[in-house]
Structure formats: structure tokens, C-alpha cells
Design a protein around this ligand. Structure first.
Ligand SMILES: [Zn+2]
Length: 368
């Protein structure tokens, strides 16, 4: 990719050189990352790369009518394209940074740091962690995990630092980037196992998706990038901007959970409802939730909720059950049919009561 950017700078780029870059594992990774919560095709990426090579941003059309495809185009035109154009003038800087990172031995610290913050890591429950680490150029995310392949993107990070969107990244922060993504890898396995053994209904499955994203990003962000402190995250401009939005994001979260559990919503409605959480919305909201739990119940409490994110739901669920029973009672109350016996009260179990306190704290928190 760096060779291609250099040839763009010298106006010598060819279609064959672009094809070669598109077939590289690093390019496949950055396109795959953009398809996690957005939709971007290789053809769209090629268009952006070609145009950026000539110093232009093309007018890319969304791949379909979904919110994901729309977000995909925004990412290509506002992040990927402009950063690639900037790269043409900063080839030497990028080359020096690539060289420095590839020779940095402390990158290996990422794996133990990630493992420290995974729940239930006593054998035999210890999940395997053997990520493949890449340093790439040309993506939208600063770092990402695609299955067991993790990358740090030198260009997007340097470009965001150059325009003030984030601060320059130190080698220690690169270790944290890799630890954050390694954490996703381990936590993803833990969540998948829990989900598979939980017999979820389609409605619960949708709520799980949303909670898993919040817990996944929130835990890695608070515990690794924030060193267990919200105050540290407030100093990091990319997260700080979203921390300021949490007074709106927290009620939006409760609404999504309610709609999912009484639904599920259609895929498109779900994408629409969760779109404010893209970028750093999941990270900031999840970090605030977990910091609230940590304040009340320490790191052990955080690990407990991470081990089963439904612990955040219990109060909502009890409320829903009560709502449903009231509806059933209203329907069954006609003169021809005897009223069904309905318990007058739903008593939460012990495991449901504790998270209830969490939700109350959260409600109080965003009421302030
Ligand atoms: Zn993440």
C-alpha cells in the first residue's frame, strides 16, 4: 500500500498496482472491518482508492438502501478517502512509524493485558488467545479484530492526529489498541459460549446482540484504554465526545432493549435504532454502565455482569412480565370467560434483585 501511495504521489499509479493492493490481506482486513456494522463493497473501496490516488474524493453511492450502507459510504468519503489523500504527502512519516512499530517488542504485552480483564479465566474455562497482529494503512478504524486477525492502522491514526480529531498515538497506546482488540477476541468467545447455552427467544437474541456490543466495547474501553477510570477516558478526545452524549444514549439504550424484548424489531429498524451507537457510542455508553457498576461493586461486579450481560436486563424484564400480565388480564376479563388466575405480584429472584439496583443507579445517573 505504501508503494502504491508513493506512486500516486509521483502520478505513476496503475490499475494493476491498485488490483495488487486490493488483494493484500491487510486491505481485505480493512474492508472486512468496515462491514462489521456498516456495508462497504470492494468495488466501492477501489473507487475511493483510485480517486484518492488522484487527490479526489469520489461521489460513492451506497451499496443498498440500508442504514448500514449509508454509514459505509460516509466512512469511505469522510475518513478513508481524505486520509489516503493526506497520505500522499506524508509517505516518509508513515514509513518511519511502520518501521518503529514492527520492531517494538512491547507489543507482546497486549495479550496478558487483555486477559487480565476477561471474566472466568480460571482453567478449564480459560479461553485460548493467539491473535495475529498486523500493522496496516487505508482503513477507517484505528484498530480492529476480524476473527483472530488484529490490526492497528498507522494512517488513519496519524491523519486523525494531524487534523486534531485525536491525539498522536504513543507506542504504549498501540499496545493498548492491540490489547483492546485481543480482549474482544477473548470476550467474544466467552459471550458466544454463554449465548449458545442460553436458549434465547428471537426477541432475547436481539437484546443480547445489543447488550453484547455495549459490554464488548465498554469493557475494553474502560478497563484497558481508560485504565479502569472514566476520568482517563475523558482526556481521550474520541471517547470524550461520546461520553458527553451519554445523557441521550442511555435512555436510547433502554428504549432499544424494550423494543427488542417486546419485538424483535425488523433488521432495518434495529440498524436504525442502534445507529447513534456506531463510532464510539457503544464504547462510551458501555464504559459509563460498567464504571457505575464498578463504583458500587468493584471490578468483581464488572466481571459478573460481563460474564452474562443479561444481568443488566433483569429489571426491564420483570417490568415487561408485569405489563404482559396486565394485558392478559384485560383480555381475559370479558363476561363469557372466567378470569385467568394471575399472580398479583412478580417477585424477582436474588440474582435479579442486585442488577435492579444497577438500573436504578443508571436511571438516577442520567436524570442528573
Ligand atoms: Zn473495540
Amino acid at each position: 500500500m505504501l508503494d502504491l501511495i508513493r506512486s500516486c504521489h509521483e502520478n505513476k499509479a496503475s490499475a494493476a498496482a491498485i488490483d495488487k493492493v486490493l488483494s493484500l490481506p491487510g486491505t481485505e482486513l480493512v474492508i472486512a472491518q468496515q462491514n462489521i456494522s456498516r456495508r462497504v463493497t470492494t468495488q466501492q473501496y477501489r473507487e475511493v482508492l483510485w480517486a484518492a490516488c488522484e487527490g479526489k474524493i469520489p461521489d460513492v453511492k451506497p451499496a443498498d438502501t440500508s442504514a448500514r450502507a449509508e454509514k459505509g459510504v460516509v466512512g469511505l468519503m469522510q475518513d478513508v478517502g481524505p486520509s489516503l489523500i493526506w497520505a500522499r504527502e506524508h509517505v516518509d512519516l508513515l514509513e518511519a512509524q511502520l518501521k518503529e512499530l514492527r520492531s517494538d517488542e512491547s507489543i507482546g504485552d497486549a495479550i496478558p493485558l487483555a486477559r487480565r480483564y476477561l471474566p472466568d479465566q480460571v482453567p478449564p474455562n480459560r479461553v485460548p488467545l493467539a491473535p495475529k497482529l498486523f500493522v496496516v494503512i487505508g482503513g477507517r478504524a484505528g484498530a480492529a479484530a476480524i476473527e483472530d486477525e488484529l490490526y492497528f492502522d498507522v494512517l488513519i491514526t496519524a491523519w486523525r492526529a494531524s487534523n486534531g480529531a485525536s491525539h498522536p498515538v504513543s507506542p504504549a497506546e498501540v499496545v493498548e489498541f492491540f490489547a483492546h482488540e485481543t480482549h474482544h477476541l477473548g470476550y467474544g468467545q466467552i459471550l458466544d459460549k454463554k449465548r449458545a447455552s442460553s436458549n434465547l427467544t428471537p426477541a432475547e437474541d436481539q437484546a443480547w446482540d445489543f447488550l453484547a456490543s455495549l459490554m464488548m466495547e465498554g469493557s475494553a474501553t474502560l478497563l484497558i484504554n481508560g485504565h479502569e477510570r472514566l476520568a482517563d477516558l475523558e482526556k481521550q478526545p474520541d471517547v470524550a465526545a461520546y461520553l458527553q452524549k451519554t445523557p441521550e444514549l442511555l435512555p436510547a439504550m433502554e428504549k432499544i432493549l424494550r423494543r427488542a424484548l417486546t419485538g424483535p424489531m425488523s433488521g432495518e429498524d434495529y440498524d436504525q435504532a442502534t445507529s447513534p451507537f456506531l463510532n464510539m457510542g457503544y464504547h462510551a455508553t458501555g464504559a459509563v454502565l460498567l464504571a457505575t457498576i464498578q463504583k458500587k461493586r468493584g471490578l468483581a461486579g464488572v466481571m459478573e455482569v460481563m460474564a452474562d450481560p443479561r444481568r443488566l436486563l433483569s429489571v426491564q424484564r420483570v417490568r415487561l412480565r408485569i405489563d404482559r400480565r396486565i394485558q392478559v388480564r384485560a383480555r381475559a376479563g370479558g363476561a363469557d370467560s372466567p378470569p385467568r388466575k394471575i399472580p398479583s405480584q412478580v417477585t424477582p429472584t436474588a440474582s435479579q434483585r442486585a442488577p435492579g439496583a444497577i438500573i436504578s443507579v443508571l436511571t438516577a445517573l442520567h436524570a442528573n
